[in-house]
Design a protein around this ligand. Sequence first.
Ligand code: AMP
Ligand code: GLY
Length: 432
Amino acid sequence: MNILLIGSGGREHTFAWKIAQSPLCEKLYIAPGNAGTQAFGENIAIQVSDFAKMQDFCLTNRVDLVVVGPEEPLVKGLRDLFQADDRTKHIGIVGPGKAGAELEGSKDFSKKFMKKYGIPTAAYETFTKETVEEGVSYIRKQQLPVVLKADGLAAGKGVLICPSHEEAESEFKSMLLEEKFGAASHKVVVEAFLSGIELSVFVALDGSDYVILPEAKDYKRIGDGDTGPNTGGMGAVSPVPFADAAFMQKVSERIVSPTLSGLKKEGIDYKGFIFIGLMNQDGDPFVIEYNVRMGDPETQAVLPRIKSDFVALLDGIANSKLAAYSLELEDYVTSTVVMVAGGYPGTYEKGRTITGLEDKTLEGALVFHAGTALSDSGEVISNGGRVLGITGKGKHLNEALDCAYRRVNQIHWEGVTFRRDIGQDILKWGEK
Ligand code: AMP
Ligand code: GLY
């Protein structure tokens, strides 16, 4: 198969690494890719929302399968466009159409969907500019903290957890009346706060069958001990010990099954990944959000645990063959530490030379690029906020963490920072 992978982050480097291991892959292209992906295929200078160029490229290069990494091209209708065009409708696509992508593209849509199909989630109401006053009185009746969510995509910044009613009210007004998040906050979801431990669950769907992939835990805050502002994700571990068979049974019965049957009842033919962000509240799972793609950096921890052929999984998703796919896992656990530019998630510098990348491969350590590029002189330089994701493997989490951090300590650039406590909460949890 000739495969076009879309995206440029650590998730896509991990996809490229795994796809290239498969004998089913003839040729891999990555649009636009990063300095790491080119070891596994050919980087193509097409931006993720340039659909016309992508279609031309697919036709010229006889692409059989398009694998979409990020949500944006899905929400903008990449699948719909390819399928409506006789020239490209034969091409398999991993990623839902516009209707399915609304699960991530609109919080109001996803909350309505959960309510309609009885999927456990926080109580909520949605408001617009016309209903600001009703919204304010709703907020005043909420327990603290109050959670506000911009309806549309807001680059991971659209969720606010407000410790007081005053703050919630003023943020709510600035979202609706001053377009704090642009068009994304024309509608605002106000919801109850869920307390507990978060978990990321990944499901591969082919329209009728599904496979649940290994779960992971993400570390969202910038600072050790979950302090400071939210980021795209500073690390991950997989598996997550509290996600035992009994808990996953509840996830499957209360969340995955009704989600799939809900999609069918809505007439949505969903072929792609669903990433369900869950809260484990006293042993019961509640959905925080749906994403219509894999997680980043969770992918960097999850994919190395998959032993079976990854292209067979992708082909199974796109061409409704998942019933014949059997998921086999490696017998080790993984942990990923994300190395970021100083200043991230605020303003940060790019263009720093990264040292220590040359192959000092420790047994099991994997280096995945995210925001990297090649300088004119061929050096790898930083080119984003999240720069690298280092995945360690081990029989136990302790070993996987040791493996990851030893590799992290070999790599350097000016201003680099990373969390030093990835996985520590899980180790403590295990001691209880
Ligand atoms: P994201 O939409 O990925 O920016 O996620 C926002 C983050 O806010 C989630 O990962 C949770 O940590 C948190 N969050 C969102 N909704 C709730 C909620 N109802 N209760 C508690 N935390 C929440
Ligand atoms: N790590 C969270 C996300 O990919 O949205």
